[in-house]
Write a protein that binds this ligand. Structure first.
Ligand SMILES: [Zn+2]
Length: 421
């Protein structure tokens, strides 16, 4: 798998367990009765890594970062590709962003560990009208573009040497706290320089090097450090996470109050470029790297974007999955998928929120989606819940209903009745 985001694939044996849990969790949530099944579908969030570079060059053999590894520079059209993907699918992809090449004032000279040039950082080459053009695309498409924290320079420079990675070392131990705080300060400075908005609420650790809970001698976890900046959601593959066994809910864990989600495995290699995607999304996250969405000729980016749309759209129609509209509805749906239980009796089904109630503090709002697959046309009603939206997809032999239900007053049990038309 080349360098991927991983360093040592076998370093964290405990994480293997988490993956098998994950498949179980993904499948167990559907209950079936003669001709009918009810499930709380698993939400899928799109996460795109390594957005933000202007140079595409993989520089790791000269003590520089890996970047995106493509043989052209990045252009504003590459940002538009993310927006177009979001618009066409009705979702808000996370763009996990690296900001060092957005430094208009060479402020990163002040932090030697943050770039390969250390005190001699010089970025004038990448200062030009493309910065404002890309920033405009990001600012004007907030419903279909989420700027996610990835890093400033992606790696960590000790003396002249590039080491992996910016936030944690190769065993997942957080970097010295004062350095982590400085890197976060400068991330915010670069957002401000370019008017890219307030500090993000989601985070993808670079090189997927991350520890769940405390690491090394640190009295504070990385999750708690970024929580103070406003991060509410960390996305990383548990296969590569230190202390993955500490994640309490299989598909996700709660670390200092921050939901940490198993990204699982990406469909494509990090450097697959100018190629249409193939494969099956298994878990919570459709993870990709920026080149995976782009064409060698940026004028043809839409060909690759459209291929992703074609691959991902059917996940909205399957009874066991849905594409999350944004990060907060993703988090809510994931908590319900794992914790909320359904049971069918005759002409009704029960929804049991008893386990979910333990995580009420993690929920952003009161809505969840429930899907019903049936051979017959049905109508639904409930005295306990508000059914605020209902979509129907007519498959080959069945109907798939998506009910968006509002759980009012944190109730612990609800009944939904259904009737054949
Ligand atoms: Zn990365």
């Amino acid at each position: 798998m080349d360098r991927r985001e991983f360093t040592t694939k076998s370093a964290f044996m405990g994480a293997g367990l988490a993956f098998s849990n994950f498949v179980d969790f993904a499948r167990k949530k559907s209950v079936r009765n003669a001709g009918l099944s009810v499930s709380i579908p698993i939400p899928i969030q799109i996460v795109i890594d390594d957005v933000g570079w202007w140079s595409g060059k993989d520089g790791h053999d000269r003590q520089e970062p890996y970047r995106t590894g493509i043989n052209r520079n990045h252009v504003p059209a590459d940002y538009q590709a993310i927006v177009d993907l979001g618009k066409k699918l009705g979702v808000r992809p996370q763009a996990a962003t690296i900001l060092c090449e957005w430094d208009r004032e060479n402020i990163l000279r002040n932090v030697p560990t943050i770039t390969w040039m250390r005190e001699k950082w010089e970025n004038s080459k990448w200062v030009g009208p493309w910065l404002d053009e890309a920033a405009d695309i990001i600012r004007n498409n907030q419903n279909h573009y989420e700027l996610t924290l990835h890093g400033v320079g992606h790696e960590y420079w000790e003396d002249e040497n590039m080491t992996r990675a910016e936030w944690a070392d190769s065993s997942g131990t957080m970097r010295p706290l004062d350095q982590v705080e400085l890197h976060l300060d400068y991330y915010e400075e670069l957002l401000n320089q370019n008017q890219l908005g307030s500090f993000p609420s989601s985070f993808v650790p670079t090189a997927f090097l991350h520890g769940f809970g405390l690491t090394g001698d640190h009295p504070i976890s990385m999750a708690e450090v970024v929580k103070k900046r406003g991060i509410e959601y960390i996305s990383t593959p548990f296969e590569n996470m230190f202390n993955a066994e500490g994640a309490q809910f299989g598909l996700f864990g709660v670390d200092s109050g921050v939901i940490t989600v198993d990204r699982g495995e990406d469909l494509l290699n990090w450097d697959a470029f100018s190629a249409k995607p193939e494969g099956v999304v298994i878990g919570t996250t459709c993870g990709l790297h920026w080149p995976n969405l782009l064409h060698a000729d940026p004028n043809r980016n839409s060909e690759i974007v459209d291929a992703w749309v074609e691959l991902l759209k059917p996940y909205n129609d399957k009874p066991e999955t849905l594409l999350a509209k944004n990060s907060s509805s993703f988090r809510d749906q994931l908590v319900h998928h794992v914790c909320t239980k359904v049971q069918i009796h005759d002409n009704k089904f029960d929804i049991d929120f008893l386990e979910t109630a333990k995580l009420n503090g993690q929920l952003c709002n009161t809505q969840l989606s429930v899907k019903i697959e049936s051979e017959r046309m049905l109508t639904f009603n409930s005295d306990d819940l508000k059914i605020s939206n209902s979509e129907t997809f007519h498959g080959k032999d069945t109907y798939v209903y998506t009910l968006v239900v509002d759980r009012i007053n944190d109730i612990e049990k609800a009944v939904v009745k259904f009737e054949a038309l």
